[in-house]
Design a protein around this ligand. Structure first.
Ligand code: GDG
Length: 741
């Protein structure tokens, strides 16, 4: 609409300009004509007056001349007249004609006495016409007669012309504006919008009809025809691709791609919709100084599930945690995402500050998180947090059940430890739903879990799911052992299944991954560009990288001690090496996390103070969120990536680093306590993060590793993530859920 307004404005401006030029010409012409008429009238009058006045003038009878002058004054437009001698001195005149009035009058003198002269001037606020007529006696010039005429009618006429023109112009403008707006809207805007919408439909939805040329007006038909051909080609390409994917589906050893996952979902679920439920949402809208922006949170669960949802579509229910989230949703609290290219629906669930404090900060982050991670941080169990956790799980259940109304045998994929009670709540109301629960973090030993006061309720809640997935077989074993110890149930060790309350849950490992596919090969293989590092003023020969939420389980303090040990042991790397730690703040509502952030910063400062030399210091600590596009060049250029988690379900940073290394260079140093160390045990340098000496030695090995060894290790890790990427993870998890009766 803004564009239509601008077009109308531009046309109106052009029309106004043209009208003004024409009016100006008309005004000039009209002025000339009126002046000419006035001159002719004045000339006649002057001739008569000169004849009557000449005898008296020759006698120099000033009183006669004055009488004559007064007699003619105020006739028609004549304001008055005056007589001048040959030297231009006034000798008589009408009483109403002032000297001020006459100051602009043309003066005739001896050398200028044959022809009359005239002029226009504005005196005393009005336009006047001055006409000077020479007086002769016996052919000799004896003086002149000056007539002063009122010429204000010329101004009045001109103003009338301008006013009429602008009135007309205004009416034309209105008519033009309406006509042009209608023309632009119906001939251009509407057909182009329709065309764009058909192209969008063709792009988004393979079943959409290609834009029909006949639907578009004459001007757009050639364009519509081309677009129609393009859409048909796209549809053909899609059909071919989906055919190919269908064929590949049958083959076990072909790689998993977004397209293959889509086909797989179609084949297995036959249009049954997928519902993902998690605490963290994939897109957070925030408002800063009136401007709304969105970001993708630093979360391994989001990294994995987002690529799956982008491929399969469906609905994702999650807590709306951004300060502008409410502004962006519809009446049902829904929004289509990704915001730039919508592919699935995000339904936001609203929690009040008390609920967030009890359910999220309290029970999820301060009780369950440390309970499941062996990081020597004591869990804090508070009754009020537990009650709030139950209440919020109920709130999620209520929202999800409302969405499931009328949907037969829905597939529900519940994510993570925030929602452990949800599976049973859903299953009790909707036994036909097929429910999978994926636990993104480790599962501790039965003894470890036994300290939780509400362990039985949590286990019963989880056992409402048909499938419970963990990253590793070890976590599955721990879970089964915990269930055996805590719950009255039948455990089938052959099937890895638990039956309690007449419901069976299968426990299986599904090692999560990232969206790495063959198609990505070569995409990043441009020579690693150190510009991103240089922009941060990091120019040393060697660079190490860490990317972690500021979380005590990620072992950042231990990592810095390893770096300290390395520099103590290998002083030849002074000033040649920088370690860049990207650390987006996390869970800052919790005191433990705030304390940890302070401790990490202090540790970086301590190590830096110890080794600082001529402007160089070994650790660069970046406590902020980086966008994905900022992270990629860092992954591509770092000589090694250091992952020292004290305990980690999987760790996707390790996989992202490997995926970014198209050049097969660089080294991954990986904690043995990450799930990823199972997948990368042949490619990564596996370390115990608690041993600063081991970390130090691994850093040294990474920095002096021959290129051939780097390639061999990288290749093995890349093969592993190519074979088992997030699409395969999703396919296997969904297949396990949907295959159950
Ligand atoms: C949980 C489990 C499991 C980090 N900083 C930034 C940023 N990130 C992204 C990384 C990565 C993700 O966050 C972190 O994933 P992790 O797997 O390392 O860790 P958690 O968040 O703790 O994830 C974990 C995972 O769930 C999946 O199941 O592997 O064990 O703890 O993708 O790239 N992303 C952006 N800016 C940052 O500053 N954009």
């Amino acid at each position: 609409m803004r564009h239509i307004f601008l077009i109308v404005l531009a046309v109106a401006f052009a029309v106004s300009l043209a009208a003004s030029v024409f009016t100006l010409m008309q005004v000039n012409k009209e002025t000339d004509e009126l002046s000419k008429k006035l001159r002719e009238r004045t000339l006649l009058l002057a001739d008569g007056l000169a004849e009557s006045a000449a005898p008296a003038y020759a006698r120099y009878a000033t009183s006669t001349l004055e009488k004559l002058a007064n007699t003619f004054t105020n006739r028609e437009r004549l304001i008055g007249l005056a007589f001048y001698d040959t030297r231009g001195n006034k000798i008589a005149g009408s009483s109403g004609v002032t000297d001020e009035m006459l100051k602009n009058a043309p003066i005739l003198d001896t050398f200028n006495s044959t022809e009359p002269d005239d002029a226009f001037a504005i005196t005393e606020g009005t336009r006047k016409y001055y006409f000077a007529q020479p007086l002769h006696s016996d052919d000799a010039y004896i003086g002149s007669l000056v007539l002063v005429q009122d010429a204000s009618d010329i101004d009045v006429a001109m103003s009338r012309i301008w006013r009429d023109t602008f009135l007309k112009l205004f009416v034309y403008f209105l008519l033009f504006a309406v006509a042009i707006a209608a023309l632009v809207y119906f001939v251009l805007f509407k057909p182009l919008s329709n065309l764009a919408e058909s192209i969008r439909q063709a792009r988004m939805n393979k079943d959409a009809r290609a834009p029909q040329p006949s639907h578009h007006n004459f001007f757009l038909q050639p364009l519509a025809m081309e677009v129609s051909k393009l859409a048909s080609s796209l549809a053909q390409a899609r059909t071919a691709a989906s055919e190919e994917a269908r064929m590949r589906l049958e083959k076990i050893d072909t790689p998993w791609t977004e397209e293959r996952l889509k086909e797989f979902i179609k084949a297995y679920l036959k249009d049954r919709p997928i519902y993902v439920v998690s605490n963290r949402e994939p897109y957070i809208h925030s408002k800063d100084r009136g401007e709304v922006t969105y970001s993708v949170p630093a979360s391994g669960m989001v990294t994995a599930l987002e690529s799956v949802m982008a491929a399969c579509g469906g609905e994702w229910l999650a807590h709306g945690s951004g300060n502008a989230d409410k502004e962006m949703v519809d009446a049902e609290s829904k929004i289509r995402v990704p915001p730039d290219e919508p592919k699935y629906t995000l339904k936001r669930i609203w929690l009040n500050p008390k609920e967030v404090k009890g359910y999220y900060v309290g029970f999820s982050n301060e009780a369950l998180w440390p309970l499941c991670h062996i990081a020597h941080t004591r869990p804090t169990f508070r009754k009020e947090d537990w009650l709030m956790y139950k209440r919020v799980n109920g709130k999620f259940a209520e929202a999800l059940l409302a969405e499931l109304k009328g949907v037969e045998r829905p597939i529900v994929l519940i994510q993570d430890f925030h929602l452990s009670l949800l599976p049973r709540m859903i299953k009790e109301s909707r036994p036909d739903a097929q429910v999978g629960l994926f636990w993104h973090i480790p599962w501790p030993s039965a003894e470890g879990f036994s300290i939780c006061p509400w362990r039985k309720e949590i286990l019963q809640g989880m056992l409402g799911a048909d499938i419970i997935g963990f990253h590793t077989q070890q976590f599955c074993n721990n879970f089964l052992e915990t269930v055996g110890k805590e719950i009255e149930s039948l455990i089938d060790l052959e099937q890895f299944a638990v039956t309690s309350d007449e419901h069976t849950s299968f426990i299986k490992p599904f090692p999560i991954s990232i969206s790495f596919t063959d198609a990505m090969e070569g995409k990043t293989s441009i020579a690693p560009d150190r510009a991103a590092l240089e922009a941060m003023d990091i120019r040393t020969e060697f660079v190490g990288l860490g990317v972690d939420r500021l979380d005590y389980t990620k072992g950042i303090l231990e990592r810095f001690r390893g770096i300290e040990f390395f520099l103590d042991a290998h002083p030849d790397f002074y000033k040649r090496f920088t370690f860049l730690q990207v650390a987006p703040p996390s869970r800052e509502e919790s005191e433990k996390y705030r304390d940890y952030a302070v401790a990490v910063e202090a540790e970086a400062a301590r190590v830096n103070a110890k080794f600082r030399k001529n402007g160089w210091q070994p650790i660069r600590f970046e406590k902020r969120h980086f966008s994905h596009s900022e992270l990629v060049p860092l992954y591509q250029t770092a000589n090694f990536c250091l992952v020292t988690s004290l305990h980690d379900g999987m760790n996707l940073v390790a996989k992202e680093y490997v995926a970014a290394r198209d050049d097969e260079a660089g080294a991954l140093i990986l904690s043995k306590f990450t799930g990823a160390s199972r997948d990368f045990n042949r490619g990564a340098l596996i370390v115990n993060p608690y041993s600063a000496e081991e970390v130090s030695e691994a850093i040294h090995r990474a920095l002096v590793m021959p290129a051939t060894e780097q390639h061999r290790r990288m290749r093995s890790m890349r093969t592993s993530i190519r074979d088992y990427n997030v699409y395969r993870w999703a396919a296997e998890f969904i297949k396990a859920v949907a295959a159950l009766r």
